[in-house]
Structures are given as C-alpha cells and as structure tokens.
Write a protein that binds this ligand. Structure first.
Ligand code: ATP
Ligand code: MG
Length: 312
C-alpha cells in the first residue's frame, strides 16, 4: 500500500491537524511507501508574506519530525521541489469540468461570503489530484474536510483513464473515526482560519489562557470533553465523564484538566522539537533527500501520463 498526504504551512499545527491527519502519517509510515509533503504551493494562496511562508514551511518539517515522522521510513519533502506535479496538474486541468470545481467547498464558501476568489482557489482540487496521483498513492490519510477533494481526484483519474488507458491508480481517503473532525475551543471545526485552535507546540502557559466559550454538561457531544478524550488516558476519561454527569462541575476545572493532560501528552515531541530546531542543516538535508526521492517517483508517473495522451 502506498500512502501520501500533504499539509499546508499556513500557520502552526493544531490539534485538528495532529489528531485528524499527522497521527495517521506516523502510524502509516511503515507501509510499502509513504510520501508526506509540506504543501507550500497550496499555502501561497493565503500566505502572501515570503518570510512567513518560508518560516512556516521549515517549522512544518520540524514539527512533523518531532511528532514521530521517521525520514528513514517516509519520504518527507516540500511540494514545490517536485515540479513534475505542476506539469501533471496541467494535464489534469484540461479534463477537469468547470461544474465539478464550482461545487468544491473552498471555492463555494468564498463565493457565498462574497469574497474575491482567485484561479488558485478554484483549481486547488486539481493540484491536489496531481499531488496524489503523481505518487501512485492508494491511501490518503486526512480529516473529513478533505474527503470531497479526494472524490474529485478519483473523478479526474477515472476520466483520464477512460480516455487514455489505465495510467492512474485510484486513491482512497483514510479517516480516523474519533478525530476526523476535531472541534475548536468554540465547538466549530478547529481551523487556522477560525481563531479557535489549540496549537500542538504552543507554550503550555499561553494555552492555559485560551477560554473555551461553552459550559459543559453531558460529556457525549460536548466539545471540551471530546478534546480531553484525545489526550487523556482511558481511566482519566471515565473519571471526567463521571464528574460531568454528577454536575456542579465548573468549566474552569475541565480547562485545567485539559491543559494538564495535553502538557503530558505532548511533552516528548516538545523536547524532541527543540533538539531538531537547533540543527537546521539536518532538516535541509532531510528535505533535499526527500525531494530527490519524490521527484524520481513523480517523473515516472508523469512520463506514463504523457505517453498515454500523446505528449511526446
Ligand atoms: P487552513 O485553515 O489554512 O485550511 P488547516 O488547519 O485546515 O489549515 P490543512 O493544511 O488544510 O490545515 O489540513 C491538513 C490536514 O489536517 C488535512 O488532512 C485536514 O483534513 C486535517 N485537518 C484540519 N483541520 C482538522 C480538524 N479540525 N479535524 C480533523 N482534521 C483536520
Ligand atoms: Mg484546511
């Protein structure tokens, strides 16, 4: 099984990224092949400040390594280092129906809010399809918000294969039931754009100040309890559920328990991160090596696609 996933350097990683996606990357790196990339082409649409884009790209690589990604097992690279993918993107673009892209939520949401949308947002799912197909990926570990884009990828691949022969493998999304949609501190989906995140590598003291807005009641369905369950042991979770049901239990106490459990849960990656960040040369070497391996695979798939459609 070949695994692939990408993550945008649009800011620092939050619990949604970790529990929805990154945790799967780590578990799946033992498969036949695993490719993970920092999606800086995708991020360029939102991050228009070169120093931030560069910094977050590097931070993303360090974060992934600190959380357990092993560069000996998985190929870790930066998206823009594999230009073959943009060439493949163009090939897929020529067969991508406008109506299909108009239904995709990133673009639709912008339109609905009356915000200006650029061609990058509109064609984002095609680039994502190229990202996936370029590595003959079978499995794409993601959060629920990406399922629609993977459906688009399958549509584009099927239509290309129908016209030109069996060139692309059909990928499938892989979700974790308990954390495919991690709620933010306000109960909505945790997202960098909603200002409701708990960051993985945030200073624990700063994190304790973040105020969730709702009063918890029944544990099932309560977003704070859901967040607590992600970092607590089974016994702690049961004890907390009992406290919830007993009543007279302030959300200040839940917040404190949540912060304590989180500090313990992420202690090891935090220490590892400090070590990695002190050695930027090593990070660059890992990314260079990953990019070279990624290019080799993408080149092979790109040539297959070009031959099939007569681009010689
Ligand atoms: P942005 O707000 O800039 O889109 P993001 O936080 O949504 O950023 P992405 O890079 O778009 O991050 O997504 C990276 C991965 O994290 C994807 O697989 C996505 O499905 C997953 N993910 C993001 N937010 C959540 C969430 N709240 N719960 C579960 N998975 C999530
Ligand atoms: Mg997103």
């Amino acid at each position: 099984m070949r695994v692939l996933s990408g993550i945008q350097p649009t800011g620092r990683f939050h619990w949604g990224n970790y529990f929805g996606a990154i945790r799967q990357y780590i578990d799946l790196q033992f498969e036949e092949a695993a490719f993970y990339f920092v999606a800086n082409w995708h991020a360029l649409g939102t991050v228009r400040e070169p120093a931030s884009l560069r910094g977050w790209t590097f931070d993303a690589a360090i974060d992934l390594l600190a959380l357990g990604l092993d560069p000996q097992r998985a190929v870790l690279f930066v998206q823009s280092e594999v230009p073959q993918v943009s060439e493949l993107c163009w090939i897929l673009m020529t067969g991508a129906p406008m109506g299909l892209l108009e239904r995709c939520h990133a673009y639709k949401d912008k339109k609905a809010k009356g915000l200006p949308a650029d061609a990058g947002v509109f064609t984002y799912p095609v680039l994502m399809a190229a990202d996936i197909l370029a590595y003959d990926s079978d499995t794409v570990p993601v959060g629920e918000d990406q399922v629609q884009h993977i459906e688009v990828c399958r549509d584009l691949a099927a239509s290309f294969n129908h016209h030109f022969g069996e060139v692309f493998k059909m990928p499938k999304a892989k979700l974790l039931d308990v954390s495919k949609k991690v709620p933010g501190t306000d109960g909505e989906k945790m997202s960098k754009s909603y200002n409701n995140t708990l960051e993985v590598f945030e200073d624990p003291k700063a994190q304790r100040k973040k105020r969730p807005m709702e009063q918890p009641k029944e544990p099932d369905g309560d977003h704070l309890f859901q967040l607590y369950s992600l970092v607590a042991t089974d016994a702690e979770r049961e004890a907390m559920a009992t406290l919830y049901r007993r009543g007279g239990f302030g959300y200040g106490e839940v917040k404190k328990a949540l912060a304590d459990a989180a500090e313990r849960f992420f202690a090891e990656p935090r220490a590892k991160r400090a070590e990695l960040a002190a050695d930027p040369k090593r990070i660059s070497e890992i990314l260079d090596d990953g990019a070279a391996r990624a290019r080799r695979k993408a080149e092979e798939v790109l040539n297959r696609a070009k031959r099939a459609c007569g681009l010689v």
